[in-house]
Design a protein around this ligand. Structure first.
Ligand SMILES: Cc1cc2nc3c(=O)[nH]c(=O)nc-3n(C[C@H](O)[C@H](O)[C@H](O)COP(=O)(O)OP(=O)(O)OC[C@H]3O[C@@H](n4cnc5c(N)ncnc54)[C@H](O)[C@@H]3O)c2cc1C
Length: 372
């Protein structure tokens, strides 16, 4: 009989494990994959997430494995600035930096710190049932009974589907390639991320460590076909984009649809709680999906520090987190649509340029500030 079971060792489940360990809870994480090996891509850990890693004693390790990013710039195809978000002042205020890092590096740091013995790999949850406790059945035949369950099993969560019988996945109508390559960026991009907006397509890149660049490219679905040539597709973009694409080996590129989860009314049931993408997956346009799963784990931990009644913690958790998460899911969806306009781009860029920087900063501060 487990006191606490966590289903899924993604960034959300691993952060939750670290937080429960810090508070001496007994828990087991079940992960379907045979090893902790996330998709080969980079990820941005924003200041909100890095403040939490600081509290876990992991900030320096993550900073050293990744690259500090002090600002994000949106430009047009020829790299003319549309908007800049500098976070230096907020980094000082919150005593943490944005960090771009390889996903594998981040997940390994989290997994090693919580102790690999607490993670059961090759355990893919097949069925979850509520009796007196939760009965968990895995595809490998293993069965377990658990008092408390956390569903951290991502956007296609079986825990959510079977217990809440809900979960409408929305497709944004955009295809997204992610790539990793060894590339020497011009020095001015060493600590800045760039996102370039074209017509019905976008390209972003960021340095994640010495010589390593993570990039992503999106096109609207109507422009997509099998074996689309990315270099041809982005030939009207600055030559730097084409050089990055040329430097990337095909085996280091992955392709996904951009999807999110229609907000669901309740993230918890008796003795069970969903966190991260399982509860509120967002499109990636604000770079906040994983950061929000980290914030979820943190808030659960903070509430457990003063109250060990899990059911009242889960209720309070949703009350605290709901507004911020809903705002991110909604704004991210809208930003994704605007950034992929196919017509009226000059007007869009003009309007974007006229948004005062102070307004932008206010919105960013709201996201980077922890709620508790
Ligand atoms: C293109 C793109 C770029 C992104 N960039 C960023 C970014 O820069 N910053 C950011 O913060 N976020 C970003 N995100 C979002 C981020 O990837 C997700 O929000 C984050 O991974 C969610 O973490 P999670 O732990 O909730 O779920 P997941 O990462 O999906 O982890 C779920 C885990 O559960 C396991 N699992 C699933 N089903 C089962 C089962 N039945 N039994 C056992 N285990 C199971 C999976 O194998 C997986 O390990 C991006 C997303 C995309 C698509």
């Amino acid at each position: 009989m487990n006191q606490i079971s966590i289903i899924g060792a993604g960034i959300g489940g691993l952060t939750l494990g670290n937080i429960l360990k810090q508070q001496n809870f007994d828990f087991t994480i079940y992960e379907s994959a045979p090893e902790i090996k996330p998709v080969g891509a980079g990820i941005m850990m924003a200041v909100n997430a890095m403040q939490i890693f600081d509290k876990l004693g992991l900030k320096e390790k993550i900073e050293n494995a990744g690259n500090k990013i002090h600002g994000i710039c949106i430009t047009d195809e020829k790299l003319k600035t549309i908007s800049t978000t500098n976070v230096l002042a907020l980094e000082k205020k919150f005593n943490s930096c944005n960090v771009a890092i390889h996903r594998a590096e981040l997940q390994n740091i989290l997994a090693e710190n919580l102790g690999l013995e607490n993670i059961k790999l090759n355990h893919s949850l097949q069925q979850i049932q509520k009796k007196e406790n939760y009965l968990l059945e895995f595809e490998n035949g293993f069965k377990a009974e658990s008092n408390i369950v956390f569903g951290t099993d991502g956007i296609h969560s079986k825990v959510r589907n079977q217990i809440f019988k809900t979960g409408n996945i929305r497709n944004a109508g955009q295809k997204c390639w992610r790539g990793l390559t060894n590339f020497e960026l011009p020095e001015k991009y060493n600590n800045h991320a760039l996102e370039i907006w074209g017509k019905g397509k976008r390209f972003g890149f960021v340095k994640i460590s010495e010589q390593k660049v993570y990039w992503y490219a999106l096109v609207n679905e109507n422009k997509f076909r099998e074996n689309l040539d990315l270099i041809e597709t982005f030939k009207d973009f600055d030559s730097l984009v084409l050089q990055i694409l040329e430097a990337t080996k095909p085996e280091n590129i992955i392709l996904n649809d951009i999807i999110d989860l229609t907000p669901i009314p309740k993230w918890y049931a008796e003795n069970l709680c969903l966190i991260g993408d399982a509860a509120h997956a967002t499109t990636p346009n604000m770079g906040q999906g994983a950061c929000q799963s980290i914030e979820d784990a943190y808030v659960i931990g903070k509430l457990l520090e003063r109250n060990r009644d899990f059911n009242s913690v889960f209720e309070e958790f949703q009350k605290i987190r709901r507004k911020k998460v809903d705002m991110i899911v909604k704004n991210s969806w809208t930003i994704g649509k605007i950034s992929q306009w196919e017509k009226g781009n000059q007007i869009r860029n003009f309007l974007m340029r006229s948004i005062p920087e102070s307004l932008n900063q206010k919105m960013v501060e709201k996201i980077l500030k922890l709620e508790i």
